[in-house]
Ligand binder design. Structure first.
Ligand SMILES: CC(C)(COP(=O)(O)OP(=O)(O)OC[C@H]1O[C@@H](n2cnc3c(N)ncnc32)[C@H](O)[C@@H]1OP(=O)(O)O)[C@@H](O)C(=O)NCCC(=O)NCCS
Length: 353
């Protein structure tokens, strides 16, 4: 029997708790009343840790059983994706993690300082402060004065509902409909489902005729380092610092890629789009060893079919020498293009210093 909810590993649960911006902490007060709080938290060593005021509510939960939880909605699936009449197929794809344990106060000042520093690194990753050190006069009093508490990660339950209970046909329909709908998070959801079940057939829009090449309709933040490596010699990036470029790529909501059989990222392209008037394509690249084998064409087709690009009336780009490549995908020079309105207009640009 297929199970709707898959119990995953505690490592996946830890990873979810570690990246969650908000964590729920359920406690019981001395009087036996339930308390539920949303808190900032960090995973440090084998515990999830929080801070608070020494007179606050978290004090009440100390040395009692607590539940800590975090969840991510992957996609909301409306019933009409699968059935035009019955409401029953409506569901939500999600991942969630729960920890059962006891809330313990951290009293060792060095450990307290480590938790506080880890909180700073998670929520203020850009730094801009002196690292927290329990001995330093800037921090000694604050470290002593704050409550720091933690729950051991011995009992982590991780659950994911990513459509694994559906038939193959239904799952493919869901993926196709998410690609058609293309609302916030839908494209990322597709990648999540596809990469979670790599053995399952891929939806048509992700199939690639080139042997050994796997297309992906979303490239995650952590994968952008690989994209940057592919673009190392790109002529249009020569004066842009690598980190600034990675940040720019991370701000593009449209990021597609392709991997080879070894799992290496071998192609990448991204776009910005207002989803109505114009989409701009940037950073199209194929690994030098695979050029002229059709990978560039495959990645462009995926990019042009992406909901945010597909919906834009005009798709724009600039190139030094790949005009022929783009002409094959329906592009022409701006001067040759039909005007979007009856009026004549002049393309203008301002160059910032
Ligand atoms: C442009 C690029 C993405 C094309 O990828 P690809 O995998 O080689 O493309 P395909 O195999 O699907 O298509 C190759 C065809 O595109 C054309 N083409 C590719 N690059 C071209 C270029 N720089 N100038 C003119 N035509 C080009 C060729 O005519 C080739 O056809 P051919 O095999 O009949 O000669 C790849 O060459 C690349 O990464 N180049 C370096 C980065 C770059 O210039 N990106 C574009 C920036 S706008």
């Amino acid at each position: 029997m297929r199970r709707a909810i898959f119990a995953g590993s505690s490592a996946e649960g830890r990873a979810l708790l570690a990246r969650a911006r908000a964590i729920h902490l359920a406690m019981v007060s001395e009087a036996g009343l339930p308390i539920l709080r949303t808190v900032n938290a960090v995973v440090l060593d084998d515990a999830i840790a929080f801070h608070g005021a020494p007179a606050g509510e978290k004090m009440e939960g100390l040395d009692r059983p607590v539940v800590v939880s975090a969840e991510e909605t992957v996609a909301t699936i409306p019933s009409w994706f699968l059935d035009p009449e019955r409401a029953c197929p409506a569901t939500t794809l999600y991942v969630s993690a729960q920890v059962h344990g006891t809330l313990r106060e951290v009293t060792d000042p060095a450990r307290k300082a480590r938790v506080l520093q880890a909180l700073m690194e998670k929520y203020q990753p850009e730094g801009g402060h002196r690292p927290i050190d329990a001995e330093h006069p800037l921090y000694a009093k604050a470290v002593r004065g704050l409550l720091v508490a933690e729950v051991s990660l011995e009992n982590v339950d991780y659950k994911e509902k990513l459509g694994q209970n559906r038939t193959e046909a239904d799952r493919l329909t869901i993926l196709e409909k998410l690609w058609q709908r293309g609302e916030d998070g839908d494209v990322r959801a597709i990648t999540r489902v596809v990469s979670r079940f790599p053995e399952l057939p891929r939806p048509a829009f992700l199939r690639c005729a080139i042997p050994g090449i796997r297309l992906q309709c979303w490239v995650d933040e952590v994968e952008l380092v690989e994209a940057r490596a592919l673009l190392e010699d790109a002529y249009w990036l020569q004066d842009i610092p690598a980190q600034d470029h990675v940040t720019a790529m991370a701000r593009s909501p449209v990021r597609v890629g392709a991997r080879d059989t070894s799992g290496k990222l071998v192609a990448f392209a991204r776009a910005l789009s207002d989803e109505r008037r114009v989409a701009w394509i940037f950073d199209v690249v194929v690994d030098a060893s695979l050029r002229k084998t059709g990978v560039g064409s495959a990645i462009m087709e995926l990019l042009l079919d992406h909901p945010a690009v597909r919906r834009a009336r005009r798709v724009r780009l600039a190139t030094r020498d790949a005009m022929e490549f783009y002409r094959r995908k329906g592009f022409c020079e701006l001067a040759e293009a039909p005007r979007p309105g009856a009026w004549s207009s002049v393309e203008m640009v301002r160059t910032n210093a």
